[in-house]
Design a protein around this ligand. Structure first.
Ligand code: GLA
Length: 737
């Protein structure tokens, strides 16, 4: 049994793969967090609370004044609300009709459900035994339901909350986070992720002071500045060792995540929908559902935590139809021709890759309406007769005739002011009447909180998908939301707009992905501006960054892999000098780094040499050999270019029979140090063959030797030359005994 309730002590034991999550209902009737970590037995843990009561000088909980003057400020909360002495960051706040914001929620009942009910309108983890814990407000008929789901095959706990208004009157929600827990200890570090366009995925590790650290988005675009993810680490936690407690929100709009250290020696983690500029009118009889948060624990460091997320998302989040299927190896038109995607430029690019193993052509921006540059046409999802006088069919047939699949780019949520759509429906773009809307990349955002706008978007995209033989869709989202306002909402509901935008997006995604189940969808947002688990629920992979420079990619992909499996990260080999950095790195390096994800190409293949095209053939063959590892393997991050001159990632099959390592020395220095990397995750006792064809390397070593003695990065090329900057070294490791 995964969830167990011990009646006598009123303790809930939630048991997932290798983990225990334990909390109890204390004598106030309040759910108190006891423990989240490595699996332990069903011990009685209320002693950790009893020893700590008798706090003085704090406000007392009503009715408990004689029981030691306790206040909510000393409880280790599973759910916290403002009032009655709770002065830390609470996870819930509401306002009654009379203006009061005072709650006093206590345990009412609970249910253990064999299968998690779906979250209304929101993507979430699939399956799993679920605890539904109901708390009742002592001051009113408000209820909150806390949901906890655990999985046999994943070391995660999925949590969300539902707020039910049984008061008979409308109330206003001011804050409704997805989860809260108070972890023992006041000396942790917090690992967060900083994002910027073309520089996504930078990990940052910071001590948490008394007070709190918050990462958030206010742009309704989940990863423009920060990621909806962080990890609580012990001081001695490293990539390989020590406790790491991760939090990741399945949400794409404005979020907040907070870690607060209290004077009582605990660290509170909480967060969910950003309550900055947010309120929600909850009519009598209705329920509000928060997004789901996925909490993971590993005792094997940050790397262990990542592997838990990867397994959990592959098993329970990403579309099961595609998650383990061969990923399209694309040639994308964007960096090849940008907006100049005419058939006479595209067909030779397609011809050039014929026979290389590249199996999908993706027609990026520029094929529709008046979209000859970024100034016009967004929103007009009709094939441009100027660019494709005979429609898309001849190009699609050409691609299919070459044995490849055909993909196409959309940016369904956007509109250029210079478009037929905007001229017909100026009020469909988000803007506040009487003010000049904020334009970004010369475009406005469609108000998809409205059903008429959503219906247009779904039909416009569906029409193209119905009328053409399309196998793949790249779904872009190139700007943040600025005005948190909908013309369709009454004044009192305006601060609901960002969350309603997320719900509108999920409705569109559901209808299109559900309506075209054979089409493979890829997410994108001006690079990695909306790389989150909610998007991954609909689209099995996401373009991680507009930066295709291989050196930058070692960092971007490293940071993105903290929470997301490699198969979720779209990576392309592009031309050099690189269009974002002007850096030149070897062609092989570009492909080797792109192969550490859902690989592809994005360059004008008519402009590379015949030798390079031959190389593409070899590269794609190499990728196909390692693809099962990219899709299913365990990731070990061995080195990173944030900290050193080296990068190395290793992927190991679940049965430890096969592994692949890509390492890179960034800058070449004469007379350099002798560098070894130390693989992990192999079977110590097995014998492996370690092969690097480029360096004529073929070793037979035990797993123990490989992991303890390490593998050497050559200082010179096979013909004795200095290797130059940004040279990669790949190792294929196969169990032979
Ligand atoms: C964004 C994407 C790119 C490309 C362009 C097209 O920047 O990240 O990959 O699709 O839009 O305009």
């Amino acid at each position: 049994m995964a969830i167990y309730f011990e009646k006598e002590t009123k303790t809930f034991f939630l048991e997932g793969k290798n983990i225990s999550y334990i909390f109890g209902i204390n004598f106030t009737g309040f759910p108190e967090h006891y423990y989240f970590g490595e699996r332990i037995g069903r011990d009685e843990l209320s002693y950790t609370y009893e020893a700590n009561i008798g706090d003085s000088g704090e406000a007392a909980i009503p009715g408990e004044i004689h029981a030691g003057g306790k206040s909510y400020n000393v409880y280790r909360s599973e759910f916290s609300f403002y009032g009655n002495g709770e002065f830390r960051e609470c996870s819930f706040q509401m306002m009654f009709k009379n203006g009061s914001r005072l709650n006093d929620f206590r345990y009412e009942t609970h249910e253990i459900l064999a299968e998690k009910p779906a979250l209304a309108g929101l993507p979430s983890m699939r399956g799993g035994e679920t605890l539904k814990l109901t708390l009742k407000d002592m001051n009113s008929e408000m209820r909150v339901h806390l949901f906890y789901t655990v999985y046999d095959d994943a070391a995660v706990v999925a949590r969300h909350m539902e707020v039910e208004n049984r008061t008979g009157e409308p109330v206003k929600i001011l804050r409704a986070y997805s989860f809260a827990l108070d972890v023992y200890g006041n000396n942790h570090d917090l690992l967060t992720i900083e994002n910027a366009w073309a520089r996504e995925g930078k990990p940052e590790r910071t001590p948490i002071p008394h007070g709190f650290i918050c990462v958030d988005e206010k742009s309704a675009s989940s990863t423009r500045r920060h990621s909806p993810a962080f990890a609580l680490l012990n001081k001695d936690t490293t990539e390989e060792h020590g406790a790491a407690l991760g939090v990741n929100l399945i949400y794409s709009a404005s979020f907040t995540l907070k870690a607060e250290v209290s004077s009582k020696g605990y660290t509170r983690l909480t967060g969910g929908i950003n309550d900055f500029d947010f309120t929600w009118e909850l009519p009598a009889g209705e329920t509000f559902t928060t997004p789901e948060a996925v909490l993971a624990y590993s005792g094997e460091g940050v790397g262990g935590m990542s592997r838990e997320y990867h397994d959990a998302y592959r098993a329970h989040l990403i579309n099961p139809r595609f998650v383990k299927a061969h990923r399209p190896v694309v040639i994308n038109s964007w960096e090849a021709v940008y907006f100049g995607c005419t058939p006479d430029r595209l067909l030779p690019i397609i011809d050039a890759v014929s026979g290389t193993g590249i199996d999908t052509f993706v027609l990026d921006d520029g094929w529709f309406g008046a979209r000859r540059n970024d100034r016009a046409g967004l929103g007009d999802w009709v094939v441009s007769p100027e660019v494709f006088p005979e429609g898309l069919a001849p190009v699609i047939d050409y691609v299919h005739g070459a044995g490849m699949k055909f993909g196409i780019w959309f940016e369904p949520e956007m509109v250029n002011p210079d478009s037929d759509l905007f001229r017909a429906h100026p009020d469909w773009a988000i803007s506040v009447p009487g003010t000049e809307p904020c334009v970004s990349r010369r475009q406005l955002v469609l108000d998809i909180t409205r059903t008429d706008v959503r219906d247009y978007v779904v039909e416009a995209v569906s029409k193209i998908l119905r009328e053409n033989k399309i196998d793949y869709v790249k779904w872009d989202f190139n700007r943040a939301l600025t005005e948190n306002f909908s013309r369709a909402l009454p004044a009192e509901n305006q601060q609901e707009m960002h969350h309603r935008y997320a719900l509108g997006l999920y409705d569109i995604c559901q209808r299109l992905v559900g309506g075209f189940p054979n089409i493979f969808f890829e997410g994108c947002a001006g690079g990695g501006g909306r790389f989150d688990p909610a998007i991954l629920y609909y689209f099995p992979q996401i373009w991680a960054s507009d930066d295709t420079d291989a050196y930058m990619r070692t960092q971007i992909q490293y940071g993105t892999s903290l929470f997301y499996p490699l198969s979720a990260i779209s990576c392309h080999t592009s031309i050099c000098p690189n269009h974002q950095t002007s850096r030149t790195v070897p062609f092989k390096t570009r492909a080797d780094i792109a192969h550490l994800g859902a690989t592809g190409y994005e360059l004008d293949t008519t402009k590379i040499t015949p030798e390079e095209l031959e190389e593409v053939k070899v590269q794609v063959a190499e990728y196909k050999e390692m693809e099962d590892l990219v899709l299913n393997g365990d990731l070990y991050r061995l080195e990173n270019t944030f900290d050193s001159n080296y990068f190395a990632m290793q992927i190991v099959s679940k049965d430890k029979a096969k592994a692949h390592i890509t390492a890179m020395r960034a800058l070449c220095r004469p007379n350099d140090e002798h560098k070894r990397i130390f693989p992990r995750g192999l079977d110590k006792k097995a014998v492996y063959e370690v092969v690097n064809n480029e360096y004529d390397l073929c070793l037979r070593l035990s797993g123990a030797a490989i992991m303890n003695v390490g593998l050497v990065l050559p200082l010179k090329t096979a013909d004795g030359k200095m290797p130059g900057d940004f040279r990669t070294f790949t190792f294929r490791i196969t169990k032979v005994e």
